[in-house]
Design a protein around this ligand. Structure first.
Ligand SMILES: Nc1ncnc2c1ncn2[C@@H]1O[C@H](COP(=O)(O)OP(=O)(O)OP(=O)(O)O)[C@@H](O)[C@H]1O
Ligand SMILES: [Mg+2]
Length: 391
């Protein structure tokens, strides 16, 4: 059997670091061969605030993934997110001046370069410039125009930028853990690749990754990413609301949310009771489950309302035939599908990583979507590079 390439995806999240190791085969198959998770308090809203804590969580998760996969990891594809991220679509245009009007690779390179020319302030840098498709003499939907005839070639490119200092801190944190950063990938794009099929991305699909500190949105149309956004709010805000509301510790609030939480008060029966350990008391107090739901519901609605506004801003509301995929740990809250379907006015569903082999059960949770998607991203990119060189 042909041996594949080994890739490591390192998702540095606001609550945990997840390392996924996979073998990617030339036929496109990806087998997960190791996964490691470490709790992490080194990030706030997606950006590194405690380098030591983040680096040691990276090291811990990599060690677990190494052991499980029997590989040594020296570099990884790393996720980035945070409010500093910005994105836009940009058009590049080039005229074909050759007499025979045949489009060559150099025209494609030139038009791609032209589309990447956007004003970037000195304190920011480009993370992604992803071509969404070419237009030749007004005819759109062209994936590879090399060899075609035309007078004018255009390309639409999705450009993602981030604040250099925040990106450097991610690199420093990974390096401090003894690894090199192979590439940085926006968390929402990775989550989208992990939880949707190419067919769904061709038809139009939205992905909402509700994490601890951020909610990351990616909208895919015509097979490629069309719109991305990062909201500085997530499941940790829900936990915080519970801790304040019930006067209990963050840990106890987190436990209560996972054990008894639900997205809407209508789901909590009026006679259901839960037990919460109050701060400064040894005796757990008994409360109606409805009170917990009353603390969760407004925050869930706030998050979903912010997501709805982003979908409206993308101008794709009502135009995503494959609906909206919810992923990330926040999607595990019972009742979230119903609330999201109502508030986003689109069919919503929960997805974990799909379209992979190997240790499928180990990554069968929405919290693994970003890490698995990082591997899908680099495997697709490397195989495209190979085809370009070969062809
Ligand atoms: N069963 C559950 N019910 C409700 N919420 C849950 C459940 N399991 C996990 N969560 C929440 O999911 C969040 C963590 O999700 P995830 O692991 O995707 O975040 P992260 O990647 O660390 O953070 P971010 O993506 O914001 O950087 C936490 O807020 C946690 O409380
Ligand atoms: Mg995450």
């Amino acid at each position: 059997m042909a041996k594949g390439e080994i890739y490591a995806g390192l998702d540095i999240g606001s609550t945990k670091v997840c390392t996924a190791v996979a073998e990617a085969f030339p036929d496109g198959r990806i087998d997960i061969i190791g996964v490691g998770i470490a709790q992490c308090n080194g990030l706030k809203k997606g950006v590194v605030v405690d380098m030591d804590a983040a680096a040691s969580a990276v090291r811990e998760s990599v060690d677990i993934a190494q052991k499980l996969s029997g590989t040594e990891i020296h570099s990884a594809v790393v996720s980035v997110t945070g409010e500093h991220i910005a994105s836009q679509n940009s058009i590049g245009r080039v005229a074909i001046t050759r007499e025979d009007q045949e489009i060559r690779r150099e025209h494609v390179d030139r038009v791609l370069d032209a589309s990447r020319v956007i004003p970037v302030p000195p304190e920011r840098e480009i993370i992604h410039a992803i071509p969404r498709g070419f237009i030749v003499d007004g005819q759109g939907g062209i994936k590879d125009p090399v060899g075609m005839s035309g007078r004018r070639i255009e390309v639409e490119t999705h450009i993602v930028t981030g604040a250099t200092s925040f990106l450097q801190n991610v690199t420093k944190c990974v390096q401090r853990a003894g690894l090199d950063v192979e590439e940085m990938v926006l968390a929402s794009i990775a989550s989208g690749l992990a939880t949707t099929s190419q067919e769904e991305r061709n038809l139009g699909v939205g992905v909402v990754d509700i994490g601890g500190g951020t909610t990351d949105i990616a909208i895919f149309t015509d097979g490629e990413v069309f719109y991305t956004a990062v909201l500085p709010i997530g499941g940790s805000h829900i936990t915080h609301d519970i801790a304040v509301g019930l006067q209990t510790s963050q840990e106890e609030a987190e436990r209560a949310k996972r054990e008894y939480g639900c997205a809407s008060t209508s789901m909590a029966g009026s006679d259901e009771k839960i037990k919460i350990a109050a701060l400064g008391s040894n005796e757990p107090k008994e409360l109606p489950r409805r009170i917990l739901a009353e603390m969760i519901e407004p925050r869930v609605e706030e998050i979903l309302e912010m997501v709805r506004k982003e979908i409206v801003r993308s101008e794709k509301q009502g135009l995503l035939p494959m609906g909206i995929v919810l992923t990330g740990g926040g999607a595990l809250l019972p009742g979230i599908i119903e609330s999201a379907t109502r508030m986003l006015e689109a069919p919503c569903r929960i997805e974990s990583p799909r379209g992979i082999g190997g240790m499928v059960e180990t990554v069968d949770s929405p919290i693994h979507s970003t890490a698995v998607g990082l591997i899908k991203f680099i495997a697709a990119e490397r195989s495209a590079d190979k085809n370009e060189i070969g062809g």
